[in-house]
Design a protein around this ligand. Sequence first.
Ligand code: GCU
Length: 677
Amino acid sequence: AEDGYDLWLRYRPIEAEWQARYRPVAASIVVAGDSPTMRIASAELKRGLDGLLGGAVAEDQPAGAGAILVGTPEESPMIDALGLPLESMGREGYLIRSIRIGGKPMTVIAANDDVGALYGAFHFLRLIQTRQPIEALDIRSTPKVQLRLLNHWDNLDRSVERGYAGQSIWDWWKLPDFKDPRYTDYARANASIGINGTVLNNVNAKADSLTAPWIGKAAALADIFRPYGIRVYLSARFSAPIEIGGLKTADPLDPQVRAWWKAKADEIYRAIPDFGGFLVKANSEGQPGPQDYKRTHADGANMLAEAVAPHGGVVMWRAFVYSHETPDDRAKQAYNEFKPFDGRFADNVIVQVKNGAIDFQPREPFHPLFGAMPKTPLMMEFQITKEYLGFATHLAYLGTLFEETLAADTRAKGEGSTVAKVIDGSLHGYRLTGMAGVANIGSDRNWSGSHFDQANWYAFGRMAWNPDMKARPIAEEWARMTFSNQQGFVSPAVDMMMGSREIVVDYMTPLGLHHLMASGHHYGPGPWVDDLERADWNPVYYHRADAAGIGFDRTKAGSDAVSQYAPPVARMFGDIDTVPERDLLWFHHVGWDRRMASGRTLWDELVARYGRGVRGVESMQRDWTRLAPFVDAERHREVATFLAIQRHEAKWWRDASIAYFQTISKRPLPAGEAPPE
Ligand code: GCU
């Protein structure tokens, strides 16, 4: 069935002309070495080429014309003899080159380490999957970011926080003995896009996950993932020494607490020798942390860092912190709590920062910490699962969101100081680099809850490998591999993906509005909500609409969040005449009658944006209908049905939001905009 299980690794037979063109160039596979990783690379090439080229490709022949040589110089004398420039390519980089040996044309996929060769094998298959020429290759690829991680928010009862694709794929009760084949497919999919680590459990962690039985389960997964170059990490609950250690305190400066964590780390490393380390959410949203003991984030992180350091582990300490007891603007709190500690973290600590200062909204300006911590490695946290973008039913390709954040200029060291350069470590010379994506993976047959959400997992992996990659070519690769290479399909499908997230912004939170989703589940509109126990969870806290206007004043006259950015950025955001319209109401409280670039008043523009969002979904529906000839009926129908849901809900968003804001603006609907139905 065309149920989406194969993701972008479909390997269905391609067009006869292309098969005829590729076959002589990919006639046999010659893999050097017998490690588990090399066996996987070999099996993947075999599976891919057999499937795509529609016939059995030869293996292990003495290399002849059309051979694909795969391996490391160490294992393969033939590759060694080529004298390829593999220095400075690390463990994970690879070269793919068209070469001649004894006059015979061949292709070499070479790396310093087996895992690099595996990445190269997937790249080679991608060329065929996307119908690229393979006769004259000269490809060199190394990851720009070291830690390329999925963060699973999976609970020990298999529920998934903010997961919309079924249950957790970790079948904890059957682990460690039963190894679901799905774990292997998960590892393959991740390796195909260069993801090299996975945090198994929710950041809102239970201490139980650090007890012996759970360590055993994690170890079983680590054994499966290891040959795919993937390390396992765990979220650690800061108060675990009390809950499972029987101590009276979790104070990071208490010697017993430190000893407990060291012993715990030793125990984990005995079971998982290449354990990656800990991810920690501390003193945020009620989670325990060092501040409970009047200690700092640095004290907490450094204690854990000390425990894993002898084993080569890292600590990823999250900067997603805010407390309603702090009267200040929530958007300012992470910066206020972390900036003073720049340079005070241990060498194996990396601070993990969400893309924006609030919480994974459809659009947020880049987080002010990027560029502000030159002496402390920062890693990116994106959310792949669409908590605030319509869960799995709404179509929103997030490549554009990732690109927009990564391409943003922090101006920290002059023009061109992009967030991408912070993340890849080049701007500040970070010793550790990383990018994490909160996974959208679950037990659904199609993994992600919808076919198009697979693209967000894919795009995350590609951009973690290279944060300078652009959303459009990634969407194109994915669409070709997942659906069809026919031109009639590719360009309209890619155009649809590229516009999709802006459409969601329009019908949910246009012009810089944010956090207006209904409370708790975050699905559907709730801009009127004002009675939650915590002020900073109420949508009214964020839009601040009143008789005069709407928006959050974060200029000097308001919360002054703008001053957390480098001066040129602070000036740009802080000035109502230079702030981009898309961020207007994030930074300014604006009069309803202010003239916008379109010539309309703010009120009329707001209404127009909501309408544009609904029309955008309608146009995606029309595009998708026209693409029916290129897509199997099963997947086409599901996407079409989801788009119908999305249209319905876009109208819900528009009508509810306009009706509510109109009670405050007291202005009529502009001519031409349909009144709420
Ligand atoms: C959001 C999300 C929570 C999550 C939190 C986090 O607030 O709604 O479910 O725990 O982010 O990132 O820690």
